[in-house]
Design a binder for this molecule. Structure first.
Ligand code: PHB
Length: 393
Protein backbone atom coordinates (compact mmCIF):
# COMPACT_ATOMS: atom_id res chain seq x y z
CA UNK A 1 0.00 0.00 0.00
CA UNK A 2 1.42 3.34 -1.08
CA UNK A 3 0.75 6.33 1.16
CA UNK A 4 0.05 9.51 -0.80
CA UNK A 5 0.72 12.97 0.58
CA UNK A 6 -0.39 16.11 -1.18
CA UNK A 7 1.39 19.45 -0.93
CA UNK A 8 2.18 22.47 -3.07
CA UNK A 9 5.95 22.09 -3.21
CA UNK A 10 7.74 18.79 -2.60
CA UNK A 11 11.34 19.39 -1.57
CA UNK A 12 13.80 16.52 -1.86
CA UNK A 13 16.74 17.08 0.47
CA UNK A 14 16.96 18.82 3.86
CA UNK A 15 20.27 20.60 3.35
CA UNK A 16 20.66 24.37 3.47
CA UNK A 17 18.85 24.84 0.14
CA UNK A 18 15.83 22.63 0.90
CA UNK A 19 15.33 23.86 4.45
CA UNK A 20 15.70 27.53 3.62
CA UNK A 21 13.36 27.14 0.65
CA UNK A 22 10.68 25.62 2.91
CA UNK A 23 11.09 28.61 5.24
CA UNK A 24 10.79 31.21 2.48
CA UNK A 25 7.79 29.43 0.95
CA UNK A 26 6.10 29.26 4.36
CA UNK A 27 6.67 33.01 4.72
CA UNK A 28 4.81 33.46 1.45
CA UNK A 29 1.98 31.18 2.63
CA UNK A 30 2.94 28.18 0.47
CA UNK A 31 3.04 24.77 2.14
CA UNK A 32 5.71 22.22 1.39
CA UNK A 33 6.91 18.77 2.43
CA UNK A 34 10.65 18.25 2.89
CA UNK A 35 12.17 14.76 2.86
CA UNK A 36 15.70 13.58 3.39
CA UNK A 37 17.13 10.10 3.44
CA UNK A 38 19.49 10.98 6.29
CA UNK A 39 18.61 11.13 9.97
CA UNK A 40 18.36 14.47 11.72
CA UNK A 41 21.51 13.65 13.66
CA UNK A 42 23.48 12.89 10.49
CA UNK A 43 22.34 16.14 8.86
CA UNK A 44 23.28 18.15 11.93
CA UNK A 45 26.69 16.60 12.47
CA UNK A 46 28.24 16.28 8.99
CA UNK A 47 31.29 18.56 8.94
CA UNK A 48 31.41 20.97 5.99
CA UNK A 49 32.87 24.39 5.26
CA UNK A 50 32.41 27.33 7.53
CA UNK A 51 32.24 30.66 5.71
CA UNK A 52 29.00 32.57 5.14
CA UNK A 53 28.81 35.46 2.72
CA UNK A 54 27.28 38.65 4.04
CA UNK A 55 24.16 38.16 1.89
CA UNK A 56 23.75 34.63 3.28
CA UNK A 57 23.84 35.91 6.87
CA UNK A 58 21.34 38.64 5.99
CA UNK A 59 18.97 36.07 4.52
CA UNK A 60 19.38 33.81 7.57
CA UNK A 61 18.48 36.80 9.78
CA UNK A 62 14.95 36.13 8.57
CA UNK A 63 14.92 33.07 10.88
CA UNK A 64 14.94 35.49 13.83
CA UNK A 65 16.61 34.20 16.99
CA UNK A 66 16.87 30.75 15.41
CA UNK A 67 19.82 32.03 13.37
CA UNK A 68 22.90 32.08 15.58
CA UNK A 69 25.25 33.16 12.77
CA UNK A 70 25.81 36.59 14.28
CA UNK A 71 25.80 35.52 17.94
CA UNK A 72 27.77 32.26 17.84
CA UNK A 73 29.58 32.86 14.53
CA UNK A 74 32.44 35.30 14.13
CA UNK A 75 32.58 38.18 11.70
CA UNK A 76 35.76 38.28 9.63
CA UNK A 77 36.78 41.50 7.91
CA UNK A 78 39.58 39.97 5.89
CA UNK A 79 41.70 36.96 4.97
CA UNK A 80 45.39 36.54 4.53
CA UNK A 81 47.06 35.23 1.38
CA UNK A 82 50.50 33.90 2.19
CA UNK A 83 53.21 33.05 -0.31
CA UNK A 84 56.98 33.05 -0.30
CA UNK A 85 56.73 33.10 3.50
CA UNK A 86 55.00 36.49 3.64
CA UNK A 87 51.43 37.33 4.57
CA UNK A 88 49.28 39.79 2.61
CA UNK A 89 45.96 40.81 4.12
CA UNK A 90 42.93 41.28 1.91
CA UNK A 91 40.86 43.78 3.85
CA UNK A 92 37.19 43.27 3.02
CA UNK A 93 35.98 46.25 5.00
CA UNK A 94 38.37 48.63 3.29
CA UNK A 95 38.00 47.26 -0.25
CA UNK A 96 34.28 46.47 -0.52
CA UNK A 97 32.74 47.44 2.82
CA UNK A 98 31.46 43.91 3.36
CA UNK A 99 32.34 40.95 5.59
CA UNK A 100 31.94 37.18 5.95
CA UNK A 101 30.98 35.12 8.99
CA UNK A 102 32.79 32.05 10.18
CA UNK A 103 29.90 29.80 11.17
CA UNK A 104 30.00 26.13 10.19
CA UNK A 105 27.41 24.66 7.87
CA UNK A 106 26.21 22.04 10.37
CA UNK A 107 25.39 24.86 12.79
CA UNK A 108 23.38 26.57 10.05
CA UNK A 109 21.56 23.27 9.58
CA UNK A 110 20.78 22.98 13.30
CA UNK A 111 19.31 26.48 13.16
CA UNK A 112 17.24 25.73 10.07
CA UNK A 113 15.93 22.40 11.37
CA UNK A 114 14.97 23.98 14.71
CA UNK A 115 13.26 26.89 12.97
CA UNK A 116 11.32 24.66 10.58
CA UNK A 117 10.18 22.23 13.28
CA UNK A 118 9.11 25.13 15.50
CA UNK A 119 7.02 26.44 12.59
CA UNK A 120 5.30 23.05 12.18
CA UNK A 121 7.00 22.17 8.89
CA UNK A 122 6.27 18.69 7.51
CA UNK A 123 9.92 17.58 7.55
CA UNK A 124 10.61 13.87 7.27
CA UNK A 125 13.96 12.28 7.99
CA UNK A 126 14.94 8.78 6.87
CA UNK A 127 12.75 9.05 3.74
CA UNK A 128 14.51 8.06 0.53
CA UNK A 129 13.45 9.52 -2.81
CA UNK A 130 13.70 6.95 -5.59
CA UNK A 131 12.48 8.95 -8.58
CA UNK A 132 10.48 11.95 -9.72
CA UNK A 133 7.55 11.08 -11.96
CA UNK A 134 5.45 13.20 -14.33
CA UNK A 135 7.89 16.13 -14.30
CA UNK A 136 6.30 17.60 -17.39
CA UNK A 137 2.72 17.54 -16.11
CA UNK A 138 1.15 19.92 -13.61
CA UNK A 139 1.07 17.12 -11.02
CA UNK A 140 4.65 15.95 -10.56
CA UNK A 141 5.25 13.25 -7.93
CA UNK A 142 8.13 12.19 -5.74
CA UNK A 143 8.28 8.41 -5.38
CA UNK A 144 9.95 7.52 -2.10
CA UNK A 145 10.26 5.02 0.71
CA UNK A 146 9.84 5.86 4.35
CA UNK A 147 12.20 4.83 7.14
CA UNK A 148 10.47 1.42 7.35
CA UNK A 149 10.81 0.83 3.60
CA UNK A 150 7.12 1.46 2.87
CA UNK A 151 6.30 3.25 -0.41
CA UNK A 152 5.35 6.91 -0.11
CA UNK A 153 4.40 9.29 -2.88
CA UNK A 154 4.26 13.04 -2.63
CA UNK A 155 2.03 14.78 -5.14
CA UNK A 156 2.79 18.44 -5.65
CA UNK A 157 2.38 21.44 -7.92
CA UNK A 158 6.14 21.67 -8.12
CA UNK A 159 9.13 19.54 -7.08
CA UNK A 160 12.52 20.92 -6.06
CA UNK A 161 15.56 18.65 -6.06
CA UNK A 162 17.95 19.95 -3.41
CA UNK A 163 19.30 16.51 -2.65
CA UNK A 164 23.00 17.12 -2.95
CA UNK A 165 25.71 16.07 -5.35
CA UNK A 166 24.40 12.48 -5.60
CA UNK A 167 20.97 13.81 -6.49
CA UNK A 168 18.17 11.44 -7.42
CA UNK A 169 16.02 14.33 -8.62
CA UNK A 170 18.62 15.39 -11.20
CA UNK A 171 17.69 12.58 -13.60
CA UNK A 172 14.18 14.03 -13.97
CA UNK A 173 15.66 17.33 -15.09
CA UNK A 174 18.73 16.45 -17.13
CA UNK A 175 17.68 12.99 -18.31
CA UNK A 176 20.59 11.29 -16.53
CA UNK A 177 22.12 11.29 -13.08
CA UNK A 178 25.35 12.77 -14.51
CA UNK A 179 24.21 15.24 -17.19
CA UNK A 180 26.53 18.16 -16.57
CA UNK A 181 29.67 20.20 -17.18
CA UNK A 182 32.39 18.59 -15.14
CA UNK A 183 35.98 19.05 -14.07
CA UNK A 184 38.23 17.11 -11.72
CA UNK A 185 41.44 18.26 -10.04
CA UNK A 186 44.63 16.31 -9.39
CA UNK A 187 44.55 17.05 -5.65
CA UNK A 188 42.28 17.08 -2.62
CA UNK A 189 42.28 18.57 0.88
CA UNK A 190 43.24 16.68 3.99
CA UNK A 191 41.09 18.29 6.69
CA UNK A 192 41.57 18.09 10.42
CA UNK A 193 39.69 19.29 13.46
CA UNK A 194 41.83 19.70 16.56
CA UNK A 195 41.55 20.87 20.12
CA UNK A 196 43.81 23.88 20.27
CA UNK A 197 43.62 27.65 20.55
CA UNK A 198 43.49 29.58 17.25
CA UNK A 199 46.81 30.02 15.42
CA UNK A 200 45.54 33.18 13.71
CA UNK A 201 42.61 35.61 14.06
CA UNK A 202 41.63 35.31 10.41
CA UNK A 203 41.88 32.59 7.76
CA UNK A 204 45.28 32.07 6.18
CA UNK A 205 45.30 30.74 2.61
CA UNK A 206 48.91 29.69 2.16
CA UNK A 207 50.77 28.80 -1.02
CA UNK A 208 54.12 27.09 -0.48
CA UNK A 209 56.48 24.95 -2.56
CA UNK A 210 55.09 21.93 -0.64
CA UNK A 211 51.54 22.77 -1.64
CA UNK A 212 48.58 24.67 -0.26
CA UNK A 213 47.33 24.90 3.32
CA UNK A 214 44.39 26.67 4.91
CA UNK A 215 44.35 27.69 8.55
CA UNK A 216 40.72 28.12 9.57
CA UNK A 217 39.03 28.23 12.94
CA UNK A 218 35.94 26.92 14.65
CA UNK A 219 36.03 28.38 18.16
CA UNK A 220 38.43 29.42 20.90
CA UNK A 221 39.18 25.76 21.57
CA UNK A 222 38.59 23.96 18.24
CA UNK A 223 40.43 24.64 14.99
CA UNK A 224 39.94 23.50 11.39
CA UNK A 225 42.91 23.20 9.04
CA UNK A 226 43.53 21.67 5.65
CA UNK A 227 46.49 20.81 3.50
CA UNK A 228 46.68 19.84 -0.14
CA UNK A 229 47.06 16.08 -0.66
CA UNK A 230 46.68 13.37 -3.28
CA UNK A 231 42.98 12.52 -3.86
CA UNK A 232 43.63 8.88 -2.96
CA UNK A 233 45.19 9.66 0.41
CA UNK A 234 44.05 7.37 3.21
CA UNK A 235 43.10 9.38 6.32
CA UNK A 236 44.81 6.77 8.50
CA UNK A 237 48.10 7.09 6.58
CA UNK A 238 49.49 9.83 8.86
CA UNK A 239 50.38 9.92 12.54
CA UNK A 240 49.34 13.10 14.35
CA UNK A 241 52.94 14.22 14.35
CA UNK A 242 53.18 13.75 10.58
CA UNK A 243 49.96 15.74 10.09
CA UNK A 244 51.38 18.65 12.09
CA UNK A 245 54.61 18.48 10.08
CA UNK A 246 52.69 18.54 6.79
CA UNK A 247 50.63 21.52 7.92
CA UNK A 248 53.46 23.42 9.51
CA UNK A 249 55.81 23.24 6.53
CA UNK A 250 53.11 24.75 4.33
CA UNK A 251 52.56 27.77 6.61
CA UNK A 252 56.05 29.24 7.02
CA UNK A 253 56.03 32.31 9.24
CA UNK A 254 53.41 31.10 11.71
CA UNK A 255 54.00 28.56 14.44
CA UNK A 256 50.82 26.51 14.49
CA UNK A 257 49.33 25.89 17.91
CA UNK A 258 49.01 22.12 18.10
CA UNK A 259 46.58 19.95 20.00
CA UNK A 260 44.84 16.56 19.76
CA UNK A 261 43.37 15.88 16.29
CA UNK A 262 39.92 14.37 16.73
CA UNK A 263 38.63 14.28 13.15
CA UNK A 264 40.25 13.77 9.76
CA UNK A 265 38.73 13.72 6.29
CA UNK A 266 39.75 13.96 2.65
CA UNK A 267 37.73 16.38 0.51
CA UNK A 268 37.81 15.67 -3.19
CA UNK A 269 37.82 18.58 -5.60
CA UNK A 270 35.17 18.72 -8.29
CA UNK A 271 33.54 21.39 -10.37
CA UNK A 272 30.13 20.46 -11.75
CA UNK A 273 27.13 22.27 -13.22
CA UNK A 274 24.06 20.35 -14.39
CA UNK A 275 23.23 20.88 -18.07
CA UNK A 276 19.69 21.84 -17.13
CA UNK A 277 18.30 23.35 -13.94
CA UNK A 278 14.64 22.92 -14.71
CA UNK A 279 12.33 20.67 -16.65
CA UNK A 280 8.56 21.19 -16.53
CA UNK A 281 7.51 21.33 -12.88
CA UNK A 282 10.86 20.19 -11.42
CA UNK A 283 13.88 22.40 -10.63
CA UNK A 284 17.29 21.80 -9.10
CA UNK A 285 19.00 23.89 -6.43
CA UNK A 286 22.22 23.67 -4.41
CA UNK A 287 24.67 20.80 -4.82
CA UNK A 288 22.16 18.87 -6.94
CA UNK A 289 22.65 21.62 -9.53
CA UNK A 290 26.34 22.38 -9.00
CA UNK A 291 29.44 21.50 -7.02
CA UNK A 292 32.46 23.72 -6.46
CA UNK A 293 35.87 22.92 -5.00
CA UNK A 294 36.09 24.13 -1.39
CA UNK A 295 38.65 26.91 -1.95
CA UNK A 296 36.67 30.10 -1.34
CA UNK A 297 33.83 28.30 0.48
CA UNK A 298 31.17 29.06 -2.11
CA UNK A 299 29.17 25.79 -1.88
CA UNK A 300 26.52 26.61 0.70
CA UNK A 301 26.41 30.29 -0.26
CA UNK A 302 25.58 29.36 -3.82
CA UNK A 303 22.87 26.95 -2.67
CA UNK A 304 21.30 29.77 -0.71
CA UNK A 305 21.57 32.14 -3.67
CA UNK A 306 19.65 29.61 -5.83
CA UNK A 307 16.91 29.41 -3.25
CA UNK A 308 16.58 33.16 -3.03
CA UNK A 309 15.63 33.17 -6.72
CA UNK A 310 13.59 30.00 -6.65
CA UNK A 311 11.44 30.98 -3.67
CA UNK A 312 10.40 34.21 -5.36
CA UNK A 313 9.84 32.46 -8.69
CA UNK A 314 7.62 29.83 -7.03
CA UNK A 315 5.70 32.50 -5.14
CA UNK A 316 4.87 34.29 -8.37
CA UNK A 317 3.98 31.10 -10.17
CA UNK A 318 1.91 29.46 -7.45
CA UNK A 319 0.19 32.51 -6.00
CA UNK A 320 -0.05 34.84 -8.99
CA UNK A 321 -0.01 32.45 -11.93
CA UNK A 322 2.95 34.40 -13.35
CA UNK A 323 5.45 31.95 -14.83
CA UNK A 324 8.06 34.45 -16.00
CA UNK A 325 10.41 34.27 -13.00
CA UNK A 326 10.25 30.48 -13.03
CA UNK A 327 11.04 30.45 -16.74
CA UNK A 328 13.96 32.80 -16.06
CA UNK A 329 15.29 30.77 -13.09
CA UNK A 330 17.82 28.61 -14.98
CA UNK A 331 19.39 31.60 -16.70
CA UNK A 332 19.31 33.86 -13.63
CA UNK A 333 20.78 31.17 -11.36
CA UNK A 334 23.41 30.19 -13.95
CA UNK A 335 24.89 33.67 -14.00
CA UNK A 336 25.89 33.48 -10.36
CA UNK A 337 26.70 29.77 -10.56
CA UNK A 338 29.28 30.34 -13.30
CA UNK A 339 30.79 33.32 -11.51
CA UNK A 340 31.18 31.18 -8.41
CA UNK A 341 32.53 28.33 -10.55
CA UNK A 342 35.11 30.65 -11.98
CA UNK A 343 36.04 32.10 -8.59
CA UNK A 344 36.38 28.67 -6.95
CA UNK A 345 38.48 27.38 -9.85
CA UNK A 346 40.59 30.56 -9.84
CA UNK A 347 41.26 30.56 -6.06
CA UNK A 348 42.17 26.88 -6.41
CA UNK A 349 44.59 27.41 -9.30
CA UNK A 350 46.02 30.54 -7.68
CA UNK A 351 47.02 28.72 -4.50
CA UNK A 352 47.59 25.02 -5.21
CA UNK A 353 50.63 23.33 -6.67
CA UNK A 354 49.77 20.82 -9.38
CA UNK A 355 51.77 17.58 -9.32
CA UNK A 356 53.32 18.38 -12.73
CA UNK A 357 54.15 22.08 -12.02
CA UNK A 358 57.40 23.25 -13.64
CA UNK A 359 59.67 26.04 -12.38
CA UNK A 360 57.98 28.29 -14.91
CA UNK A 361 54.57 27.43 -13.49
CA UNK A 362 55.72 28.14 -9.92
CA UNK A 363 57.19 31.53 -10.81
CA UNK A 364 54.16 32.48 -12.91
CA UNK A 365 51.92 31.59 -9.96
CA UNK A 366 53.84 33.89 -7.62
CA UNK A 367 53.54 36.59 -10.30
CA UNK A 368 49.79 36.07 -10.31
CA UNK A 369 49.60 36.23 -6.51
CA UNK A 370 51.59 39.48 -6.58
CA UNK A 371 49.27 40.91 -9.25
CA UNK A 372 46.40 40.37 -6.82
CA UNK A 373 47.88 41.53 -3.51
CA UNK A 374 49.85 44.48 -4.87
CA UNK A 375 46.87 45.99 -6.68
CA UNK A 376 43.96 47.76 -4.99
CA UNK A 377 41.77 46.51 -7.86
CA UNK A 378 43.08 42.96 -7.50
CA UNK A 379 42.39 42.93 -3.75
CA UNK A 380 38.93 44.43 -4.29
CA UNK A 381 38.01 41.87 -6.97
CA UNK A 382 38.97 39.03 -4.65
CA UNK A 383 37.14 40.64 -1.71
CA UNK A 384 34.01 41.23 -3.78
CA UNK A 385 33.82 37.60 -4.85
CA UNK A 386 34.77 36.20 -1.45
CA UNK A 387 32.20 38.22 0.50
CA UNK A 388 29.61 37.49 -2.21
CA UNK A 389 28.55 39.60 -5.16
CA UNK A 390 25.59 41.80 -4.30
CA UNK A 391 22.23 40.47 -5.50
CA UNK A 392 20.48 42.28 -8.33
CA UNK A 393 17.34 43.82 -6.84
C1 PHB B 1 36.38 25.92 6.67
O1 PHB B 1 36.58 26.57 7.71
O2 PHB B 1 35.98 24.76 6.71
C2 PHB B 1 36.68 26.54 5.35
C3 PHB B 1 36.94 27.89 5.28
C4 PHB B 1 37.25 28.47 4.07
C5 PHB B 1 37.28 27.69 2.91
C6 PHB B 1 37.00 26.34 2.98
C7 PHB B 1 36.68 25.77 4.19
O3 PHB B 1 37.62 28.27 1.74
Amino acid sequence: MTTTVRTRVAIVGAGPAGLLLSHLLDRAGIDSVVIDQRSRDEIESTIRAGILEQGTVELLDDLGPHSRARTVGHRHDGIELRFEGEGHRIDFAETVGRAVWLYPQHEVLKDLVAARLAAGQDLRFGVTAEAIADAETDRPRVLARDAEGRPLQIEADFVVGSDGSRSVARAAVTGSSQGGYFREYPFAWFGILCEAPPSADELIYSNSPDGFALVSQRSDTVQRMYFQCDPDTDTAAFTEEQLWDELQKRVPGTTLKQGPIFQRDVLRFRSFVAHELRRGRVALAGDAAHTVPPTGAKGMNLAIADVRLLAEALRRSLLEGDERALDAYPEAASRRIWKAQHFSWWMTSLLHVTPDATDFDRRRQVGELRSVVESAHGRAALAEAYTGWPFPS
